[in-house]
Write a protein that binds this ligand. Structure first.
Ligand code: FES
Length: 288
């Protein structure tokens, strides 16, 4: 059930060109956190009616980090918030990544059937889609640690390797933070000024990354290309869809995407709300 909460700004700093990290103290919102979920930030300027959806990058204690790009009036207002300012957010919004579900598919479909072979998870992010992967990488690492402490736990968690493949136009961010939780972090830039010159799929090919499953977040062309790549290889991929949003909780039908699902009768096509039914879907569910 959606709630509107008051939080306090702990930090709001520019971490790359026009990309800000806003840390908000909001214990109740932190309790609702699942990697891949987002919050709506309500603006103080009442002429800007709609709240701005911002993905949650990670949580720490009672704080959550929201990373956003300054792209218009609303996000320009958010960039002005100072430490101690009050901020109104709604939570919990969206369905996040389902780590267990992807792992089950990897186990069923791929190389991990004996439970002892190391599986590889790819985290693929593009631009402002990179931040939610940090919280996701942390959650996967935590599961690995818990599995390592527990003899009876599934072996596949203990043997997982996590590779992040990140694409930026020009200026990378969160690379160091992701290195703490991933076995490998690879960077591509469109302009070639940093890391690999090209896109994330070319980088995956160049480094011969044979992941058994992927999680992704980023611009639609990247998600579409990765979904096609995964479909051709029968690799499961969960993608977090980027879509323009209005209400953020399923009321305005402003964020619909077409999906398909196999049923006993054939293929069922549906219109799903990215904010409420997603933003995370399996890549082969989405009709592009
Ligand atoms: Fe209103 Fe999704 S933004 S239904």
């Amino acid at each position: 059930m959606k709630k509107i909460l008051n939080g306090r700004v702990v930090e709001n700093i520019e971490i790359a060109d026009k990309v800000y990290r806003l840390v908000v103290n909001a214990p109740e919102a932190v309790r609702d956190y699942v990697p891949g979920r987002f919050v709506n930030v309500y603006l103080k300027d009442k002429s800007l009616l709609l709240p701005r959806p911002v993905s949650i990058s990670e949580t720490n204690g009672e704080n959550m980090a929201l990373i956003y790009g300054v792209v218009g009036k609303g996000t320009s207002e958010i960039a002005q918030y100072d430490m101690g300012d009050r901020i109104r957010i709604s939570t919990p919004l969206g369905n996040g990544y389902q780590i267990g579900s992807l792992l089950q598919k990897m186990k069923r479909d791929h190389a991990m059937q004996d439970g002892a072979k190391a599986g590889v998870i790819g985290l693929v992010g593009g631009g402002i889609g990179v931040p939610p992967l940090l919280g996701l990488a942390k959650a996967i690492r935590k599961m690995q640690r818990e599995a390592a402490d527990d003899d009876k736990s599934n072996l596949e968690f203990r043997n997982l390797k996590t590779v992040a493949v990140l694409g930026f136009q020009r200026e990378p961010f969160l690379e160091e933070e992701l290195k703490e939780y991933c076995d490998e972090v690879l960077i591509a830039t469109d302009e070639g000024n940093f890391g690999f010159h090209g896109n994330v799929l070319d980088l995956i090919g160049q480094n011969q990354i044979h992941a058994d499953g992927y999680f992704a977040c980023g611009p639609k062309p990247m998600l579409k290309a990765l979904s096609t790549y995964c479909r051709e290889r029968q690799i499961p991929v969960q993608i977090s869809m980027e879509e323009r949003m209005g209400c953020g909780y399923g009321a305005c039908v402003g964020c619909v995407c077409k999906t398909q699902e196999k049923t006993d009768e054939g293929i069922a096509v549906a219109a799903k709300k990215v904010c409420k039914d997603g933003p995370v879907f399996y890549g082969d569910e989405v009709i592009w």
